[in-house]
Design a protein around this ligand. Structure first.
Ligand code: 2IT
Length: 444
């Protein structure tokens, strides 16, 4: 495989899509050996076919704000690859959303979903609409306008969206409500739905829980206990919340959370009602964590800074792509970090990842660590298709089993002497499944 020429032709076709190219490069470097050992992959032009999404929908989303002014946002759905199942992946509503970020997310999602063992292809969508500072009414009208365009292109066996940054239970409710009105069917089609109308127990916690199950496996494989370990978490949304809950339950001590305004350091540990308070902060809609230090005066707020300067055993980026850079990685390593796991998608820059691998830090990529979210979405799809609802224990057990299995797949394909390269492990395992499914189904 000629990685450089594939990347340069991709760059020529899609100039400026830096995040997408970053995600593709990481996968190509990881799978190069395996790819070269299997001439059938080259013969079937698997890479060339994998790096282009099946199709992309781009649409205008006009809506009316509370002052009566007309606003115009952009909406997208990237249907990346459906070799192993219907397109599946979240919608992101965030000012930073553009085609590059959604293509990188859809590309990653394809491999992540393959790792879950459930029949789901990869997709992603969203809008540059930011829910920050918007009223409920504005959010509802935006979601309805978004769905007026998207509804024809999705369905329970076609493409099943879910939440991501800026899209939580409230937004899914509004989106699904409008979808149902237009499609005149009630078959699921979204995951992350409310429990009253087809949602799954444990889905809100699943990304964070799954991440901690995975981290626990990483530590166990090295005979390291998790009890008493200090944990730095970034972000304070749904994913950070689930991670803090499970980390605390496993006996670790979460000492940081963060927002766009800076980070909180709490030496007493962010546990119990403080984790619940994260949800209050989130619901305020202001997108800031500073009020935490006012409510819990033993903690400190560090304006404009990221938590990676703190000395911790475990670092869990839970916010957004490229939130942990090479300098941050250096600081964590200098402070003796034991384990770094991306809970956000592509949370670390390529340089940071390279440094962790070079220094043989226990490091795992988002597509393995955070797969519990979409895996539980897959379980929600199963429950909807069967018209039943499983209990929390049943869902949690399945989630736990899936995360253990992903960890095993990473060990199988990523072991390199005494070190496990989880980046390689996850990419090779995910790629092999998608590639074989594509070959079996011919040139489509
Ligand atoms: O990045 C992700 O895996 C998600 N935002 C969840 C996707 C899903 O379909 O549950």
């Amino acid at each position: 495989m000629k990685i450089d020429s594939i990347l340069s032709s991709l760059e020529a076709k899609h100039p400026g899509e830096s995040e997408f190219l970053q995600a593709v490069k990481e996968v190509l470097v990881s799978i190069e050996d395996v790819y070269n050992q299997h001439p059938e992959f080259e013969k079937h032009r698997i890479i060339e076919r994998l790096v282009e999404p099946d199709r992309i929908f781009t649409f205008k989303v006009p809506w009316v704000d509370d002052r009566g002014d007309i606003q115009v946002n952009l909406g997208y759905r990237v249907q990346f690859n459906n070799a192993i199942g219907p397109y599946k992946g979240g919608l992101r509503f965030h000012a930073s959303v553009n085609l590059s970020s959604l293509k990188f997310l859809g590309f990653e999602q394809t491999f992540k979903n393959a790792l879950t063992t459930l029949p789901m292809g990869g997709g992603k969508g969203g809008s540059d609409f930011s829910p920050k500072g918007k009223s409920n009414g504005e959010i509802m009208r935006f979601c309805q306008a978004f769905m007026l365009e998207l509804w024809r292109n999705i369905g329970p066996d076609t493409d099943v969206p879910a939440g991501d940054i800026g899209v939580g239970a409230r937004e899914i409710g509004y989106l699904y409500g409008m979808y149902k009105k237009l499609a005149r069917e009630n078959t699921g089609t979204f995951t992350g739905k409310g429990l009253e109308y087809g949602g799954s127990l444990v889905r809100p916690e699943a990304t964070g829980f799954g991440a901690l199950y995975f981290v626990h496996e990483m530590l166990k494989a090295k005979n390291i206990g998790i009890e008493g370990k200090t944990v730095a978490i970034s972000g304070f949304g749904n994913v950070a919340w689930g991670a803090a809950l499970k980390a605390t339950e496993l006996g670790a001590k979460v000492v940081t959370i963060s927002g766009p305004d800076g980070y909180i350091y709490d030496p007493d540990g962010i546990s119990g009602e403080k984790i619940g308070y994260m949800l209050e902060l989130r619901d305020s809609g202001e997108d800031i964590v500073a009020p935490y230090a006012v409510k819990y005066p033993n903690s400190t707020f560090h304006a404009g800074k990221k938590p990676w300067v703190e000395k911790v055993d475990i670092a869990l980026p839970c916010a957004i792509q490229n939130e942990l850079n090479e300098k941050d990685a250096e600081a964590l390593i200098a402070n003796g970090v034991t384990c770094v796991a991306e809970v956000s998608n592509m949370g670390c820059t390529a340089e940071a990842v390279d440094l962790f691998l070079e220094k043989q830090v226990l490091f795992a990529p988002g597509k393995a660590v955070n797969a519990g979210g979409v895996a539980t979405s897959g379980l929600e799809m199963s429950q909807n298709a069967m018209h039943i609802q499983w209990g929390a224990e049943e869902v949690d057990q399945r989630l736990h089993g899936i995360m253990r299995n992903i960890h095993e797949q990473c060990l199988k394909f990523g072991k390199d002497g005494n070190y496990t390269n989880y980046v390689k492990g996850a990419n090779v395992a995910g790629f092999m499944k998608v590639a074989r499914a594509m070959i079996a189904q011919g040139v489509v």
